[in-house]
Ligand binder design. Structure first.
Ligand code: EPZ
Length: 450
Protein backbone atom coordinates (compact mmCIF):
# COMPACT_ATOMS: atom_id res chain seq x y z
CA UNK A 1 0.00 0.00 0.00
CA UNK A 2 2.93 2.24 0.84
CA UNK A 3 3.78 2.90 -2.80
CA UNK A 4 0.17 3.18 -3.92
CA UNK A 5 0.36 6.90 -4.43
CA UNK A 6 3.65 6.47 -6.27
CA UNK A 7 1.92 4.17 -8.77
CA UNK A 8 -0.67 6.80 -9.66
CA UNK A 9 0.63 9.00 -12.44
CA UNK A 10 1.01 12.56 -11.26
CA UNK A 11 -0.51 15.01 -13.69
CA UNK A 12 -1.68 18.57 -13.50
CA UNK A 13 -5.16 19.80 -14.06
CA UNK A 14 -6.38 23.28 -13.26
CA UNK A 15 -9.00 24.66 -10.92
CA UNK A 16 -10.81 27.96 -10.85
CA UNK A 17 -10.60 30.09 -7.68
CA UNK A 18 -13.36 32.70 -7.52
CA UNK A 19 -13.73 35.35 -4.83
CA UNK A 20 -17.37 36.41 -4.97
CA UNK A 21 -19.51 39.50 -4.51
CA UNK A 22 -17.41 41.71 -6.77
CA UNK A 23 -19.64 43.51 -9.29
CA UNK A 24 -18.68 43.22 -12.96
CA UNK A 25 -18.50 45.98 -15.54
CA UNK A 26 -17.54 46.51 -19.13
CA UNK A 27 -18.06 44.63 -22.37
CA UNK A 28 -17.52 40.99 -23.31
CA UNK A 29 -17.02 39.64 -26.81
CA UNK A 30 -19.07 36.56 -27.64
CA UNK A 31 -17.34 33.75 -29.57
CA UNK A 32 -18.68 31.71 -32.46
CA UNK A 33 -21.30 29.09 -31.64
CA UNK A 34 -19.80 25.76 -30.54
CA UNK A 35 -22.87 23.80 -31.62
CA UNK A 36 -22.81 25.38 -35.04
CA UNK A 37 -19.05 25.03 -35.55
CA UNK A 38 -19.05 21.32 -34.67
CA UNK A 39 -21.77 20.38 -37.13
CA UNK A 40 -20.45 22.68 -39.86
CA UNK A 41 -17.10 20.89 -39.62
CA UNK A 42 -19.04 17.69 -40.34
CA UNK A 43 -20.93 19.47 -43.12
CA UNK A 44 -17.66 20.41 -44.85
CA UNK A 45 -17.13 16.68 -45.45
CA UNK A 46 -19.95 16.88 -48.01
CA UNK A 47 -17.83 19.09 -50.24
CA UNK A 48 -15.14 17.76 -52.61
CA UNK A 49 -13.38 21.13 -52.51
CA UNK A 50 -11.76 23.19 -49.77
CA UNK A 51 -14.12 25.18 -47.54
CA UNK A 52 -13.39 27.95 -45.07
CA UNK A 53 -15.20 28.38 -41.74
CA UNK A 54 -14.74 31.71 -39.92
CA UNK A 55 -15.52 32.67 -36.30
CA UNK A 56 -14.79 29.14 -35.09
CA UNK A 57 -14.32 29.20 -31.30
CA UNK A 58 -11.08 27.77 -29.92
CA UNK A 59 -12.48 24.95 -27.75
CA UNK A 60 -11.57 21.44 -26.64
CA UNK A 61 -14.54 20.04 -28.59
CA UNK A 62 -13.44 21.79 -31.77
CA UNK A 63 -9.96 20.36 -31.39
CA UNK A 64 -11.47 16.90 -30.89
CA UNK A 65 -13.66 17.28 -33.99
CA UNK A 66 -10.55 18.35 -35.87
CA UNK A 67 -8.81 15.14 -34.80
CA UNK A 68 -11.75 13.09 -36.10
CA UNK A 69 -11.82 14.94 -39.42
CA UNK A 70 -8.07 14.37 -39.83
CA UNK A 71 -8.44 10.71 -38.85
CA UNK A 72 -10.78 10.37 -41.84
CA UNK A 73 -7.91 11.50 -44.06
CA UNK A 74 -9.32 14.99 -44.57
CA UNK A 75 -6.99 18.01 -44.62
CA UNK A 76 -7.74 20.58 -41.93
CA UNK A 77 -5.79 23.71 -41.11
CA UNK A 78 -6.57 26.10 -38.26
CA UNK A 79 -5.53 29.74 -38.45
CA UNK A 80 -6.78 31.49 -35.31
CA UNK A 81 -10.57 31.32 -35.46
CA UNK A 82 -10.60 30.24 -39.12
CA UNK A 83 -10.64 26.62 -40.26
CA UNK A 84 -9.79 25.47 -43.78
CA UNK A 85 -11.17 22.00 -44.47
CA UNK A 86 -10.31 20.20 -47.70
CA UNK A 87 -12.43 17.04 -48.01
CA UNK A 88 -11.65 16.54 -51.69
CA UNK A 89 -10.45 13.11 -50.58
CA UNK A 90 -11.93 11.22 -47.64
CA UNK A 91 -9.38 8.52 -46.94
CA UNK A 92 -11.54 6.18 -44.92
CA UNK A 93 -15.08 5.66 -43.74
CA UNK A 94 -14.39 4.65 -40.14
CA UNK A 95 -14.29 7.29 -37.41
CA UNK A 96 -12.02 6.15 -34.54
CA UNK A 97 -13.82 4.93 -31.38
CA UNK A 98 -11.55 6.63 -28.85
CA UNK A 99 -12.26 10.01 -30.44
CA UNK A 100 -16.01 9.60 -31.06
CA UNK A 101 -16.56 8.39 -27.49
CA UNK A 102 -15.18 11.71 -26.24
CA UNK A 103 -17.33 13.86 -28.51
CA UNK A 104 -20.92 12.91 -29.21
CA UNK A 105 -21.28 15.58 -31.85
CA UNK A 106 -18.87 13.66 -34.05
CA UNK A 107 -21.61 11.09 -34.66
CA UNK A 108 -23.25 13.63 -36.96
CA UNK A 109 -20.42 12.97 -39.44
CA UNK A 110 -22.12 9.68 -40.35
CA UNK A 111 -24.45 11.54 -42.72
CA UNK A 112 -21.80 13.29 -44.81
CA UNK A 113 -19.44 10.28 -44.88
CA UNK A 114 -22.25 8.01 -46.05
CA UNK A 115 -23.42 10.50 -48.67
CA UNK A 116 -19.89 10.94 -50.06
CA UNK A 117 -18.49 7.38 -49.85
CA UNK A 118 -21.62 5.22 -49.90
CA UNK A 119 -20.46 3.65 -46.64
CA UNK A 120 -19.83 4.98 -43.11
CA UNK A 121 -18.79 3.30 -39.88
CA UNK A 122 -19.12 5.47 -36.79
CA UNK A 123 -18.97 4.14 -33.21
CA UNK A 124 -22.05 4.59 -31.10
CA UNK A 125 -21.29 7.76 -29.13
CA UNK A 126 -22.63 6.26 -25.95
CA UNK A 127 -24.12 8.00 -22.97
CA UNK A 128 -22.72 10.93 -21.10
CA UNK A 129 -23.20 12.91 -17.92
CA UNK A 130 -26.58 14.28 -18.95
CA UNK A 131 -28.23 11.23 -20.39
CA UNK A 132 -28.23 8.04 -22.50
CA UNK A 133 -28.22 10.13 -25.69
CA UNK A 134 -29.43 7.42 -28.12
CA UNK A 135 -29.14 7.82 -31.89
CA UNK A 136 -32.21 5.82 -32.93
CA UNK A 137 -33.73 8.81 -34.74
CA UNK A 138 -30.55 9.25 -36.78
CA UNK A 139 -30.53 5.52 -37.68
CA UNK A 140 -34.21 5.37 -38.61
CA UNK A 141 -33.84 8.44 -40.83
CA UNK A 142 -30.80 7.02 -42.64
CA UNK A 143 -32.74 3.82 -43.29
CA UNK A 144 -35.60 5.91 -44.70
CA UNK A 145 -33.06 7.45 -47.09
CA UNK A 146 -32.27 3.96 -48.38
CA UNK A 147 -29.22 3.08 -46.32
CA UNK A 148 -28.70 -0.35 -44.83
CA UNK A 149 -27.77 0.39 -41.20
CA UNK A 150 -26.47 -2.26 -38.80
CA UNK A 151 -25.21 -1.80 -35.27
CA UNK A 152 -22.54 -4.35 -34.37
CA UNK A 153 -19.87 -4.32 -31.65
CA UNK A 154 -20.73 -0.75 -30.74
CA UNK A 155 -20.28 0.55 -34.29
CA UNK A 156 -23.03 1.92 -36.52
CA UNK A 157 -22.33 0.69 -40.06
CA UNK A 158 -24.36 2.38 -42.78
CA UNK A 159 -24.08 1.68 -46.49
CA UNK A 160 -25.96 2.37 -49.69
CA UNK A 161 -27.07 -0.94 -51.22
CA UNK A 162 -28.89 -2.22 -54.27
CA UNK A 163 -26.14 -1.13 -56.61
CA UNK A 164 -27.13 2.49 -56.10
CA UNK A 165 -24.50 5.18 -55.68
CA UNK A 166 -26.70 7.73 -53.92
CA UNK A 167 -29.17 7.84 -51.09
CA UNK A 168 -32.81 8.18 -52.15
CA UNK A 169 -34.92 11.17 -51.07
CA UNK A 170 -37.69 10.28 -48.60
CA UNK A 171 -40.38 11.69 -46.34
CA UNK A 172 -39.03 11.49 -42.78
CA UNK A 173 -40.92 12.15 -39.53
CA UNK A 174 -38.90 12.65 -36.35
CA UNK A 175 -40.69 11.37 -33.22
CA UNK A 176 -38.78 14.09 -31.36
CA UNK A 177 -37.31 17.31 -32.86
CA UNK A 178 -33.77 16.08 -32.27
CA UNK A 179 -31.11 18.68 -33.19
CA UNK A 180 -28.51 16.10 -34.13
CA UNK A 181 -30.87 13.85 -36.05
CA UNK A 182 -32.21 16.83 -38.02
CA UNK A 183 -28.63 17.86 -38.86
CA UNK A 184 -27.42 14.36 -39.76
CA UNK A 185 -30.38 13.74 -42.06
CA UNK A 186 -30.33 17.19 -43.65
CA UNK A 187 -26.65 16.69 -44.52
CA UNK A 188 -27.23 13.17 -45.89
CA UNK A 189 -30.17 14.40 -48.00
CA UNK A 190 -28.18 17.21 -49.66
CA UNK A 191 -26.51 14.62 -51.96
CA UNK A 192 -29.44 12.18 -52.21
CA UNK A 193 -31.37 11.50 -55.40
CA UNK A 194 -34.71 13.35 -55.32
CA UNK A 195 -36.52 15.31 -52.61
CA UNK A 196 -36.43 14.74 -48.86
CA UNK A 197 -38.82 16.21 -46.32
CA UNK A 198 -37.95 16.22 -42.64
CA UNK A 199 -41.11 16.68 -40.55
CA UNK A 200 -41.06 17.66 -36.88
CA UNK A 201 -37.53 18.94 -37.50
CA UNK A 202 -35.51 20.80 -34.86
CA UNK A 203 -35.67 24.59 -35.31
CA UNK A 204 -32.52 25.58 -33.40
CA UNK A 205 -30.40 28.44 -34.88
CA UNK A 206 -27.53 25.99 -35.30
CA UNK A 207 -29.71 23.92 -37.66
CA UNK A 208 -30.36 27.10 -39.65
CA UNK A 209 -26.62 27.92 -39.68
CA UNK A 210 -25.86 24.45 -41.04
CA UNK A 211 -28.53 24.86 -43.74
CA UNK A 212 -27.12 28.26 -44.71
CA UNK A 213 -23.60 26.82 -44.94
CA UNK A 214 -24.85 23.90 -47.09
CA UNK A 215 -26.78 26.35 -49.30
CA UNK A 216 -23.58 28.38 -49.67
CA UNK A 217 -22.02 25.15 -50.99
CA UNK A 218 -24.89 24.82 -53.49
CA UNK A 219 -27.31 22.60 -51.57
CA UNK A 220 -31.04 23.08 -52.16
CA UNK A 221 -32.60 23.43 -48.70
CA UNK A 222 -35.81 25.24 -47.76
CA UNK A 223 -37.56 25.62 -44.43
CA UNK A 224 -34.63 25.34 -42.01
CA UNK A 225 -35.76 26.97 -38.75
CA UNK A 226 -39.29 25.66 -39.19
CA UNK A 227 -40.72 22.23 -38.34
CA UNK A 228 -40.59 21.14 -41.99
CA UNK A 229 -37.35 21.14 -43.96
CA UNK A 230 -37.28 20.32 -47.69
CA UNK A 231 -34.08 19.25 -49.41
CA UNK A 232 -33.70 18.60 -53.14
CA UNK A 233 -30.60 16.46 -53.62
CA UNK A 234 -27.77 17.61 -55.89
CA UNK A 235 -24.91 15.51 -57.25
CA UNK A 236 -22.04 17.71 -56.07
CA UNK A 237 -21.37 20.68 -53.80
CA UNK A 238 -18.76 23.42 -54.27
CA UNK A 239 -16.49 25.48 -52.08
CA UNK A 240 -17.86 28.01 -49.60
CA UNK A 241 -16.42 30.60 -47.23
CA UNK A 242 -18.75 30.86 -44.24
CA UNK A 243 -18.95 32.94 -41.04
CA UNK A 244 -20.46 31.07 -38.09
CA UNK A 245 -23.17 32.68 -35.92
CA UNK A 246 -22.33 33.90 -32.40
CA UNK A 247 -22.90 31.50 -29.52
CA UNK A 248 -26.36 32.15 -28.04
CA UNK A 249 -25.63 29.97 -25.02
CA UNK A 250 -22.40 31.77 -24.17
CA UNK A 251 -24.30 35.06 -24.56
CA UNK A 252 -27.09 33.79 -22.31
CA UNK A 253 -24.53 32.66 -19.76
CA UNK A 254 -23.06 36.16 -19.54
CA UNK A 255 -26.53 37.72 -19.30
CA UNK A 256 -27.19 35.52 -16.26
CA UNK A 257 -23.76 36.38 -14.80
CA UNK A 258 -24.71 40.09 -14.98
CA UNK A 259 -28.10 39.43 -13.39
CA UNK A 260 -26.63 37.31 -10.61
CA UNK A 261 -23.86 39.75 -9.69
CA UNK A 262 -26.14 42.77 -10.08
CA UNK A 263 -23.80 44.13 -12.75
CA UNK A 264 -24.45 46.19 -15.85
CA UNK A 265 -22.37 44.51 -18.56
CA UNK A 266 -22.74 44.62 -22.34
CA UNK A 267 -22.06 41.84 -24.81
CA UNK A 268 -21.65 41.48 -28.57
CA UNK A 269 -21.87 40.20 -31.16
CA UNK A 270 -25.24 38.56 -30.51
CA UNK A 271 -28.29 37.78 -32.62
CA UNK A 272 -31.11 38.89 -30.27
CA UNK A 273 -33.69 36.70 -32.02
CA UNK A 274 -31.68 33.64 -30.91
CA UNK A 275 -32.14 34.68 -27.26
CA UNK A 276 -35.90 35.40 -27.16
CA UNK A 277 -36.77 32.78 -24.52
CA UNK A 278 -33.69 33.59 -22.42
CA UNK A 279 -34.37 37.35 -22.46
CA UNK A 280 -38.08 36.87 -21.76
CA UNK A 281 -37.28 34.70 -18.72
CA UNK A 282 -34.74 37.22 -17.42
CA UNK A 283 -37.32 40.00 -17.75
CA UNK A 284 -39.86 37.88 -15.83
CA UNK A 285 -37.25 37.50 -13.09
CA UNK A 286 -36.71 41.27 -12.97
CA UNK A 287 -33.60 41.74 -15.06
CA UNK A 288 -33.92 44.04 -18.04
CA UNK A 289 -31.99 43.26 -21.21
CA UNK A 290 -31.56 46.33 -23.41
CA UNK A 291 -30.72 46.32 -27.12
CA UNK A 292 -27.84 48.83 -27.35
CA UNK A 293 -27.30 48.22 -31.07
CA UNK A 294 -28.52 45.58 -33.55
CA UNK A 295 -25.93 43.12 -32.23
CA UNK A 296 -25.21 44.40 -28.69
CA UNK A 297 -27.13 43.66 -25.49
CA UNK A 298 -26.78 45.30 -22.08
CA UNK A 299 -27.88 43.77 -18.79
CA UNK A 300 -29.73 46.10 -16.40
CA UNK A 301 -30.08 44.05 -13.19
CA UNK A 302 -33.05 44.28 -10.84
CA UNK A 303 -34.79 42.11 -8.25
CA UNK A 304 -34.54 38.33 -8.60
CA UNK A 305 -38.15 37.17 -8.58
CA UNK A 306 -38.98 33.46 -8.39
CA UNK A 307 -40.21 32.03 -11.72
CA UNK A 308 -40.92 28.57 -13.09
CA UNK A 309 -38.88 27.15 -15.97
CA UNK A 310 -39.57 24.24 -18.29
CA UNK A 311 -36.92 23.38 -20.87
CA UNK A 312 -38.21 22.76 -24.37
CA UNK A 313 -36.87 22.38 -27.93
CA UNK A 314 -36.27 25.72 -29.66
CA UNK A 315 -37.91 28.24 -29.66
CA UNK A 316 -38.79 27.12 -26.12
CA UNK A 317 -36.54 27.73 -23.13
CA UNK A 318 -33.16 26.11 -23.92
CA UNK A 319 -31.97 23.14 -21.86
CA UNK A 320 -28.43 24.51 -22.25
CA UNK A 321 -29.45 27.51 -20.11
CA UNK A 322 -31.18 25.53 -17.34
CA UNK A 323 -28.21 25.15 -15.00
CA UNK A 324 -27.25 28.83 -15.29
CA UNK A 325 -30.82 29.97 -14.49
CA UNK A 326 -31.00 27.57 -11.57
CA UNK A 327 -27.91 29.24 -10.12
CA UNK A 328 -29.58 32.64 -10.50
CA UNK A 329 -32.86 31.46 -8.95
CA UNK A 330 -31.10 30.17 -5.83
CA UNK A 331 -31.04 33.86 -4.83
CA UNK A 332 -34.68 34.61 -5.70
CA UNK A 333 -37.30 35.90 -3.28
CA UNK A 334 -39.49 32.82 -3.48
CA UNK A 335 -39.88 29.28 -4.82
CA UNK A 336 -39.11 28.35 -8.43
CA UNK A 337 -40.03 25.06 -10.11
CA UNK A 338 -37.54 23.99 -12.80
CA UNK A 339 -38.39 21.01 -15.00
CA UNK A 340 -35.82 19.56 -17.36
CA UNK A 341 -37.81 17.88 -20.14
CA UNK A 342 -35.09 17.47 -22.79
CA UNK A 343 -32.45 15.33 -21.04
CA UNK A 344 -33.07 12.73 -18.38
CA UNK A 345 -30.11 13.47 -16.13
CA UNK A 346 -29.33 17.14 -16.32
CA UNK A 347 -29.77 18.15 -12.68
CA UNK A 348 -26.39 17.02 -11.38
CA UNK A 349 -25.37 20.62 -10.63
CA UNK A 350 -27.99 20.66 -7.83
CA UNK A 351 -25.73 18.84 -5.36
CA UNK A 352 -22.90 21.28 -6.00
CA UNK A 353 -25.15 24.34 -5.64
CA UNK A 354 -26.42 22.85 -2.38
CA UNK A 355 -22.81 22.75 -1.15
CA UNK A 356 -22.86 26.52 -1.65
CA UNK A 357 -25.93 26.89 0.53
CA UNK A 358 -28.64 26.69 -2.11
CA UNK A 359 -32.01 25.29 -0.97
CA UNK A 360 -33.06 22.91 -3.75
CA UNK A 361 -35.16 19.75 -3.67
CA UNK A 362 -35.23 17.35 -6.62
CA UNK A 363 -37.93 14.85 -7.53
CA UNK A 364 -37.39 13.10 -10.86
CA UNK A 365 -36.59 15.73 -13.47
CA UNK A 366 -38.08 18.55 -11.40
CA UNK A 367 -36.12 20.80 -9.04
CA UNK A 368 -37.83 23.12 -6.56
CA UNK A 369 -35.51 26.04 -5.78
CA UNK A 370 -36.30 28.04 -2.65
CA UNK A 371 -34.42 31.35 -2.75
CA UNK A 372 -31.85 32.15 -0.06
CA UNK A 373 -30.38 35.57 0.73
CA UNK A 374 -26.82 34.59 -0.11
CA UNK A 375 -24.72 31.67 -1.36
CA UNK A 376 -21.45 30.86 0.37
CA UNK A 377 -18.28 30.02 -1.50
CA UNK A 378 -17.21 26.36 -1.37
CA UNK A 379 -15.13 23.77 -3.26
CA UNK A 380 -17.37 22.33 -6.01
CA UNK A 381 -16.96 19.87 -8.89
CA UNK A 382 -18.36 20.44 -12.39
CA UNK A 383 -20.23 17.45 -13.84
CA UNK A 384 -20.94 18.67 -17.36
CA UNK A 385 -20.40 21.63 -19.61
CA UNK A 386 -23.25 23.92 -18.60
CA UNK A 387 -23.09 22.89 -14.93
CA UNK A 388 -19.49 24.13 -14.86
CA UNK A 389 -20.61 27.53 -16.15
CA UNK A 390 -23.43 27.65 -13.61
CA UNK A 391 -21.00 26.95 -10.75
CA UNK A 392 -18.62 29.66 -11.96
CA UNK A 393 -21.47 32.18 -12.05
CA UNK A 394 -22.64 31.09 -8.60
CA UNK A 395 -19.09 31.64 -7.33
CA UNK A 396 -19.11 35.20 -8.68
CA UNK A 397 -22.14 35.99 -6.51
CA UNK A 398 -21.27 33.91 -3.44
CA UNK A 399 -19.81 35.24 -0.21
CA UNK A 400 -16.18 34.13 0.07
CA UNK A 401 -14.09 31.82 -2.10
CA UNK A 402 -15.33 29.13 -4.46
CA UNK A 403 -13.04 26.58 -6.09
CA UNK A 404 -14.38 24.87 -9.21
CA UNK A 405 -12.83 21.55 -10.29
CA UNK A 406 -13.52 19.67 -13.54
CA UNK A 407 -12.59 22.52 -15.84
CA UNK A 408 -12.17 20.21 -18.83
CA UNK A 409 -15.94 20.45 -19.01
CA UNK A 410 -15.76 24.24 -19.11
CA UNK A 411 -13.07 24.21 -21.79
CA UNK A 412 -15.38 22.20 -24.07
CA UNK A 413 -17.83 25.02 -24.51
CA UNK A 414 -16.44 28.35 -23.32
CA UNK A 415 -13.57 30.05 -25.08
CA UNK A 416 -11.31 31.76 -22.52
CA UNK A 417 -14.03 32.18 -19.89
CA UNK A 418 -11.46 33.07 -17.22
CA UNK A 419 -9.94 35.82 -19.37
CA UNK A 420 -13.36 37.20 -20.28
CA UNK A 421 -14.46 37.31 -16.61
CA UNK A 422 -11.16 38.88 -15.53
CA UNK A 423 -11.68 41.59 -18.16
CA UNK A 424 -15.09 42.27 -16.59
CA UNK A 425 -13.43 42.80 -13.22
CA UNK A 426 -14.10 39.45 -11.60
CA UNK A 427 -11.72 38.33 -8.86
CA UNK A 428 -10.91 34.97 -10.42
CA UNK A 429 -7.79 32.88 -10.91
CA UNK A 430 -7.17 29.66 -12.81
CA UNK A 431 -4.33 27.65 -11.32
CA UNK A 432 -2.74 24.30 -12.13
CA UNK A 433 -2.77 21.76 -9.37
CA UNK A 434 -0.96 18.42 -9.25
CA UNK A 435 -3.52 15.66 -8.94
CA UNK A 436 -3.39 11.89 -8.90
CA UNK A 437 -4.52 11.13 -12.38
CA UNK A 438 -6.79 8.10 -12.78
CA UNK A 439 -7.71 8.78 -16.39
CA UNK A 440 -5.95 9.99 -19.51
CA UNK A 441 -7.14 13.53 -19.08
CA UNK A 442 -8.85 13.35 -15.71
CA UNK A 443 -12.16 12.64 -17.37
CA UNK A 444 -13.73 9.37 -18.51
CA UNK A 445 -15.79 8.95 -21.71
CA UNK A 446 -18.96 8.78 -19.63
CA UNK A 447 -18.29 12.36 -18.65
CA UNK A 448 -18.19 13.53 -22.22
CA UNK A 449 -21.24 15.23 -23.57
CA UNK A 450 -21.97 17.85 -26.15
C1 EPZ B 1 -27.60 19.15 -29.28
O1 EPZ B 1 -27.40 17.84 -28.77
C2 EPZ B 1 -26.54 20.02 -28.60
N1 EPZ B 1 -25.21 19.53 -28.93
C3 EPZ B 1 -26.74 20.00 -27.08
O2 EPZ B 1 -25.80 20.91 -26.51
C4 EPZ B 1 -28.16 20.50 -26.77
O3 EPZ B 1 -28.37 20.44 -25.39
C5 EPZ B 1 -29.18 19.63 -27.51
O4 EPZ B 1 -28.90 19.65 -28.93
C6 EPZ B 1 -30.60 20.12 -27.31
O5 EPZ B 1 -30.71 21.44 -27.73
C7 EPZ B 1 -24.69 19.82 -30.15
O6 EPZ B 1 -25.32 20.45 -30.99
C8 EPZ B 1 -23.31 19.33 -30.42
P1 EPZ B 1 -30.99 16.15 -29.31
P2 EPZ B 1 -28.18 16.59 -29.46
O7 EPZ B 1 -30.72 15.09 -30.32
O8 EPZ B 1 -28.29 16.79 -30.92
C9 EPZ B 1 -33.19 12.43 -27.49
C10 EPZ B 1 -24.28 21.69 -24.93
O9 EPZ B 1 -24.31 21.84 -23.70
N2 EPZ B 1 -32.78 11.71 -28.72
O10 EPZ B 1 -31.85 17.31 -29.69
O11 EPZ B 1 -27.52 15.34 -28.99
C11 EPZ B 1 -32.00 12.71 -26.59
O12 EPZ B 1 -31.72 11.59 -25.79
C12 EPZ B 1 -24.84 20.43 -25.55
O13 EPZ B 1 -23.80 22.51 -25.74
C13 EPZ B 1 -33.29 10.43 -28.94
O14 EPZ B 1 -34.05 9.89 -28.14
O15 EPZ B 1 -29.62 16.75 -28.77
C14 EPZ B 1 -32.47 13.89 -25.79
O16 EPZ B 1 -33.24 13.43 -24.70
C15 EPZ B 1 -25.40 19.48 -24.52
N3 EPZ B 1 -32.91 9.76 -30.06
C16 EPZ B 1 -33.38 14.65 -26.77
O17 EPZ B 1 -33.66 13.74 -27.84
C17 EPZ B 1 -32.04 10.30 -30.98
O18 EPZ B 1 -31.75 9.65 -32.01
C18 EPZ B 1 -32.71 15.88 -27.37
O19 EPZ B 1 -31.53 15.45 -27.98
C19 EPZ B 1 -31.54 11.61 -30.74
C20 EPZ B 1 -31.92 12.29 -29.60
Amino acid sequence: MANETASLAESTESVLHIWGRKPLSGHVTISGAKNAALVLMAGALLCPEQCRLRNVPNLLDIQRMGQIVRALGVKLEQKGNTLEIDASHIGQSQAPYELVSQLRASFFAIGPILARLGIARVPLPGGCAIGARPVDLHVRGLRALGADVQIQHGVVRACITGGRRRLQGAKIYLDYPSVGATETLMMAATLAEGETTINNAAQEPEVVDLANFCRAMGAKIQGAGTKTIRIVGVSRLHTADYHIVPDRIEAGTFLVAGAMTQSQISLSPVIPDHLTATIAKLRAIGTQVVLESPNTLRVVPGPIEAVDIETQPYPGFPTDMQAQFMALLTLSNGNSVISETVFENRLRHVAELQRMGADIRVKGNIAVVRGVPMLSGAPVVATDLRASAALAIAGLAADGKTTVQGLHHLDRGYENLTGKLLALGAHIERVSVATSDKGSNGSTPSESSS
